[in-house]
Ligand binder design. Structure first.
Ligand code: ADP
Ligand code: ZN
Ligand code: ZN
Length: 721
């Protein structure tokens, strides 16, 4: 509450950013009265209507209370100045993210703070900070995480870093001199993580204030990676930031980073908004991973923001901030940026220990027994490996690709007659619709090319695979003569806390012969005894309506392949062949030719050519507007009306607005969903249009045709269409 005994001097006008929806009619910041000046970035609590909300003081040149009645401007209720204000680069970052992704500043800036921090009063915060001090003292005494210990300059002998390989050494040297973002293009198992660790270590040793942010796609899936960082850098304070933390942990970790006491933050995409006053390096591991793009609220790309943030931080006094993107299969966006010289590309083509990459074995499903989900030769190969004490891994592609219809007899596919895109099968009204241009047609009764009646969505028929596997391998024996042990890992089987770590641990120790799972098993794990990886239903990714699907599939298959043969010594001792098996109905597909050669550059070149010909990203810029309503008509009407109303807006002449179409999954929980694609060859034009267009969308909502519209959202640089 405001102190009634506050000094009676004239109130100071303060611009305060609070959480308001993207289009609320309220400006980016509201005006409040303070009894003293507060620097931008200070956390405060303010009244809004009947509520009390957290807010951030923001810069607002020329703000004054002149002309306002004293009662019109309400006072700031509390000032949480026990922690330093959020600094200028942090404010610039959240401000940019809000503008670029078409959200309100308050929504982005406040959501970037840990939820508990938003709830705390000044007294609670002070208590929290005291507790944190105490915790830290205990932690540093016991030699585990968190505290900044002054003997930080000698290497941690318990976990000494291995001597860099020649490739690593060369990459490190060029990295140290890089004047632009670095794309580390390194084969799976080439030792990229070691390059991150070394680079971080050098910076932390050189500068006692320096902080490092390391982003990974999904931290829970890679406990091994977290352990590597914690072991190596415990003395510098390592904290993690991700959604698996309790609210209290998240606040503690955030505060340690904000106070500069944790010098390494390891986190998922949300960590891009961590407050890091000494930030000198941002690492984005597996930079191509789609999980860096947020799918709710502000749909930001943490990878893209990493590039922007590094630029911002480099402008500060403290010095240069590096940014390092790493992948064995970079995103086409990053690949092109490197081609254009905007990023520095560093290559590490060799695996540590000189191990070979798996050899591709394509299984042509046209020549396998009907209805078989795992081809007999593949089953046999798995059984043979288990008998020799080697492990295998089966990857299930369960990603929700929009279904495309295909004829297995002749290869016909439901192409859009107007676009280089496949039309999507909409079960609800049995239509085929192009999500690019909106063209719609009835599902044909039989294959238009050969008359075959059996046309079906690509990639069906593997749902029960997991259950069937045990039966299929019932006769096989492991090295000790016992039955084969299968470990299934997916979101369901690993929900219990710690169960993933435990099961992965058992896999590493060789208790299982076969690991089955979705993409989560393909990411990052450093398995030592796997010699065979199989993808049994990848075809959905070959012909999905989404033009990014082949890129994703290629990345997934190469990543999965990268789990095999990681221990060259083991492979040599076993005298075994390291293999990637792929079951497909389309063995002639060019993607597999590039995969066989492990030739990402060739694949990328071919994909980029296609994108350029079709003027798709990265050769154009897109936004997707999605509307939800009680009826499909209303959802589409909102978008179409707003599009008409936007005819004169800035940037419009450089844009194509396609008609609204139903989304691939058209109805969810009785809510109808529609989307509209907007394309441009100019990013600034797209940006200018979108920010002006928000108002038209808002106005269109009150038109009778748009009755029943529930919400809408803009997705800039969408990953899936
Ligand atoms: P990537 O991240 O490129 O897939 P990792 O960094 O996980 O590769 O390295 C693969 C394996 O090689 C790991 O077990 C790692 O400990 C080991 N390794 C990495 N660099 C070296 C090195 N210079 N000397 C010895 N082993 C190394
Ligand atoms: Zn056919
Ligand atoms: Zn089309």
């Amino acid at each position: 509450m405001a102190d009634p005994a506050a000094p009676s001097s004239a109130p100071i006008p303060l611009a305060v950013v609070v959480t308001t929806p993207a289009y609320s009619g309220l400006g980016p910041a509201l005006t409040y009265a303070g009894d003293r000046p507060l620097v931008p970035g200070t956390l405060v609590r303010v009244p809004l209507g009947q509520r009390e909300l957290p807010g951030l003081v923001w810069e607002s040149p020329g703000l004054s209370l002149d002309g306002l009645e004293p009662g019109q401007v309400r006072p700031v209720l509390q000032v949480l100045d026990a922690i330093p204000p959020l600094n200028a680069s942090w404010r610039a970052l959240t401000g940019f993210a809000a503008r670029y992704y078409q959200r309100s500043l308050g929504e982005v800036a406040l959501a970037a703070l840990p939820p508990q921090l938003r709830e705390l009063s000044a007294e609670q915060l002070a208590r929290k900070l005291k507790r944190l001090d105490k915790l830290e003292k205990i932690a540093s005494g016991a030699g585990t995480a968190s505290a900044g210990d002054s003997s930080a300059s000698k290497p941690d002998d318990g976990h000494a870093a291995p001597e860099p390989s020649d490739e690593q050494a060369a990459a490190l040297q060029r990295l140290a001199q890089a004047d632009r973002p670095v794309l580390l293009f390194g084969t799976t198992g080439s030792g990229k993580t070691e390059v991150y660790l070394r680079t971080a270590q050098d910076l932390l040793e050189q500068d006692p204030q320096a902080q490092v942010l390391v982003m990974v796609p999904e931290i829970n899936l890679t406990p091994q990676l977290e352990a590597r960082f914690t072991e190596r850098f415990a003395r510098w304070g390592v904290v993690s930031l991700h959604s698996g933390l309790t609210p209290a942990q998240r606040l503690d970790h955030w505060l340690l980073a904000h106070l500069g006491r944790a010098r390494i933050v390891l986190g998922t995409r949300m960590a891009i908004f961590a407050s890091l006053p000494g930030l000198r390096l941002i690492v984005v591991d597996e930079e191509h991973d789609p999980s860096y793009k947020s799918q709710e609220g502000a749909r930001y790309s943490a990878r893209d923001l990493a590039i922007y943030r590094a630029q911002l931080e480099s402008r500060g006094q403290a010095g240069h901030c590096r940014v390092l993107l790493g992948s064995a299969t970079p995103s086409l966006e990053s690949w092109r940026a490197a081609d254009l010289g905007r990023y520095l590309k560093l290559e590490m083509p060799q695996r540590i220990g000189g191990g070979a990459l798996p050899r591709l074995r394509l299984v042509d499903m046209n020549h396998q027994p009907r209805q078989c989900v795992i081809a007999p030769p593949l089953l046999q190969a798995i059984a043979e490996r288990a008998a020799r004490g080697e492990q295998s891994m089966i990857l299930l592609n369960r990603r929700g690709y929009a279904p495309v219809l295909a004829c297995h007899a002749c290869g016909w596919k439901s192409d859009c007659p107007h676009c280089s895109a496949h039309a999507v099968f909409h079960k609800i009204d049995r239509t085929l619709r192009c999500h690019h241009c909106g063209h719609s047609s009835r599902v044909p009764y039989a294959c238009p090319d050969c008359g075959n009646l059996d046309i079906a969505p690509v990639g069906r028929g593997t749902e029960q695979l997991e259950e069937q596997l045990a039966g299929l391998l019932a006769d096989a024996r492991r090295a000790d003569g016992g039955p084969i042990r299968v470990l299934r890992l997916d979101a369901d089987s690993t929900r219990a806390k710690g169960s993933l770590e435990q099961q992965l641990g058992q896999m590493h120790e060789g208790e299982f012969d076969l690991l089955v799972g979705t993409q989560m098993i393909a990411k990052g794990h450093d398995f030592r005894r796997i010699t065979l990886v199989a993808a049994v239903n990848p075809d959905g990714g070959l012909f999905a309506s989404d033009y990014r699907a082949p890129e994703r599939l290629f990345a997934l298959l190469l990543q999965a392949a990268g789990r095999a043969g990681r221990d060259a010594g083991f492979v040599a001792a076993q005298g075994t062949a390291v293999e990637l098996w792929v079951q497909t109905w389309y063995p002639e597909h060019p993607l597999f030719a590039a995969l066989a050669q492990h030739d990402y550059p060739a694949f990328a070149a071919q994909q980029l050519q296609e994108r350029e010909d079709a003027l798709m990203p990265p050769y154009s810029f897109q936004a997707l507007v999605r509307a939800e309503a009680r009826t499909q008509e209303a959802a589409q009407a909102l978008l179409n009306l707003a599009a008409q109303a936007g005819a004169e807006l800035p940037g419009r002449e450089h844009l194509t607005l396609y008609p609204a179409v139903p989304m691939a999954i058209q109805r969810v929980a009785n809510v109808e969903r529609a989307q509209m694609l907007i394309e441009s060859d100019s990013r600034p034009a797209l940006q200018a249009f979108l920010s002006a267009w928000q108002e038209q969308l808002h106005l269109a909502r009150s038109q009778p045709e748009a009755k029943g519209v529930l919400r809408w959202a803009i997705d800039v640089d969408p990953l899936a269409i």
